[in-house]
Design a protein around this ligand. Sequence first.
Ligand SMILES: Cc1ncc(COP(=O)(O)O)c(C=O)c1O
Length: 369
Amino acid sequence: MIQPCEYVAAIKPYVPGKPLSELERELGIRDSVKLASNENPLGPSPKALEAIKKYLLGEGDLHRYPDGGGYYLKQALCGKFASRGVKISPGELILGNGSNELLDIAVRTYMGPGDEAVMARPSFVVYAMSVQSVGAKAVEIPLTADYRHDLAKMADAVTPKTKMVFVANPNNPTGTTNGKDEFESFMEKIPGGVLVVLDEAYYEYVKDAGYPDTLRYFTAGREVLVLRTFSKAYGLAGLRLGYGIAKSGIITELNKIRAPFNTGTLAQIASQAALEDEEHLSRSLAVNEEGKQYLYRELDAMGVRYVPTETNFIYLPMEIESKEVNDALLRKGVIIRPAGPKEIRVTIGLPEENRRFIDAFRQFLAEHA
Ligand SMILES: Cc1ncc(COP(=O)(O)O)c(C=O)c1O
């Protein structure tokens, strides 16, 4: 049988959170809640849905290829950033089939066999997989004792072989951030010829006043690629649209690797409408904050340790095998995510979903005691 490249064969496949219908079928249960994939529990922006309907009922050209360059969405993004005082031109933007695709495109653009990329561990698992897929090496630096990127050690790990550094800020699965001062010291140490990928998938949720304004480094002409997405706070994970911001020389190279029609028409239309839906965004953030405070209160009352989060999920380092917790919660119809041998990650849901998690978790702990 045909064999993949050795370095592809060595990749451990990504295990996505199970779809609700599959899990319910397998376990013979109903009304389960999915708190596994950090999706927006409120759903998509109504304006995005309206825009899709209008398009479909109007001149809807779904038999045509999409606008591969995403002209209107890029214009809308440039306008949105300009309104916040950040000047970005369309040539400094790239759209992706989720920000995940942009990670892959960046790796394929700048890395090959023998190259190295520095990243944190645990962090978003796709970085290491993507780097391995081109025969390059993932250099993984453990998080600090308080579960944040160890930026000083990550900078020290940069060698002449290093082509990229991945910084998930906030980090998945821990929900932690790195502040502007430590980030500034880190950037001072990164030499030219190394692309710093700033993965800000959860940017909209961050409340910490010390969170770095990474677009400052883009504006200053540094070799950074800032990634954001419509999958999380904007609630469009199913449509797949993420975007990257970098200086035009970088975007030009990335575009050589990008498939010509990588983002679909409906994803572009919906994202443009979602960008204008400030009300849905602020409601999403408010629901998340309320859910977060509820979970903190309940976990505190149960004496359960958790890592304070700047995102829409919470990381719980436990004394129990995560598989055991996961399986027990699954049987109670609550889908969470094992995030390490003894760590779980729970997405913040709607009030009722959060209550379901807390009830199931409390029951599990009582049964386990
Ligand atoms: C840190 C981080 N980066 C990137 C992504 C990818 O998001 P998407 O491809 O949906 O934009 C995720 C998704 O969970 C994530 O957690």
